[in-house]
Design a binder for this molecule. Structure first.
Ligand SMILES: C[S@@+](CC[C@H](N)C(=O)[O-])C[C@H]1O[C@@H](n2cnc3c(N)ncnc32)[C@H](O)[C@@H]1O
Length: 298
């Protein structure tokens, strides 16, 4: 049965398109073992729409600021692109991707399953000197789960009360984490991970018209503090990043917080700007910007 209301004329100036609502993140498959500050799980439905709007399936998706990698994971594991290159500068985050993708996923999954969670045990791991990559990966996953907001950068503090007063272990779901890690490893041949500078990798692929770029840098434009507090590596030359995007033969999608400086940067580079709604941790709705050459799919 058709809904006649859909056909009613709208008064002048009122759009028949319902205002976009923020995505319920619980409806998005969570493939990443990270709870990543500034993570883009909420953006996944918009990302899917963008990537599927491109003419032909991209040969490769480059994620130059991978972090928790939810977009790259979604793209590869849902077959939206043939291959994903994830780039991350942070050595701790890198150790996790290297361990999962280089044949040590099972070791990591078991290390997580066998860890006995307590403040004392967590502190012992987080204060120890670690050299081995896979042990560093374990310590990073642990740190991401026991520190406030999953923030790995210096100055972050331990969860104390945690969810429902469950304390230090309130975000520690060993079986779920182990399963996510093993699942990613199952698709390992769809990924290349590079521990390095995302801008450099973008430059290397600038002339590849079969590459697509999902670009989610730390939000530090105009001295904004959020990105500084959240990430160890937060210094980005945003002007240079925009210029680099202009030189790309392939399609790109940039995400940023909504500020005048960012809008001005986009305008100066003749890019389109759109708004996507999200709910922040306090359940208030706010918007982030998407920036690209073509936003007709939005
Ligand atoms: C906004 S976060 C990305 C979050 C990611 N989209 C997610 O959903 O988890 C930005 C990331 O860029 C990383 N980063 C900062 N500078 C970088 C650089 N030059 N090259 C690669 N990664 C960098 C930070 O360590 C951080 O993990």
């Amino acid at each position: 049965m058709s809904n006649n209301q859909d056909l009613l004329p709208f008064p002048d100036g009122v759009s028949p398109v319902p205002a976009a609502k923020p995505v319920n993140v619980a409806s998005v498959p969570q493939y990443s073992p990270f709870r990543y500050p500034g993570g883009k799980t909420w953006f996944v439905p918009t990302f899917r729409r963008w990537i599927q709007s491109l003419p032909g399936k991209p040969e490769v998706l480059i994620e130059p600021f991978a972090g928790g990698g939810i977009t790259g994971l979604t793209a590869a594991m849902e077959g939206l692109v043939r291959h994903v290159i994830m780039v991350e500068l942070d050595a701790e985050v890198a150790s996790v991707w290297q361990t999962i993708l280089d044949g040590n996923a099972e070791w990591l999954a078991n290390r997580i399953r066998n860890f006995e969670m307590s403040m004392e045990n967590a502190k012992a791991i987080l204060t120890s000197e670690i050299v081995e990559t896979r042990e560093k990966a374990f310590a990073t996953i642990l740190k991401n789960r026991v520190l406030h907001g999953g923030i790995l950068a210096k100055g972050s503090s331990f969860i104390r009360k945690g969810e429902n007063g469950k304390g230090i272990g309130s975000r520690w779901y060993p079986e779920t984490l182990a399963k996510r890690i093993l699942r990613i490893a199952h698709y390992a041949d769809r990924f290349t991970f590079i521990h390095g500078d995302g801008l450099q990798v973008m430059e290397e692929y600038a002339e590849n018209s079969c590459a697509a770029f999902f670009v989610d840098p730390p939000y530090t434009v105009g001295g904004k503090r959020a990105g500084r507090r959240l990430y160890t590596h937060h210094q980005i030359d945003h002007e240079n990043l925009f210029s680099l995007c202009q030189q790309l033969s392939g399609s790109f999608l940039l995400t940023y917080d909504d500020t005048e400086v960012v809008r001005e940067l986009a305008q100066r580079h003749a890019f389109g700007v759109g708004k996507v709604p999200m709910k922040n941790t306090h359940h208030a709705t706010r918007h982030e910007l998407v920036i690209s050459r073509d936003l007709s799919w939005l």
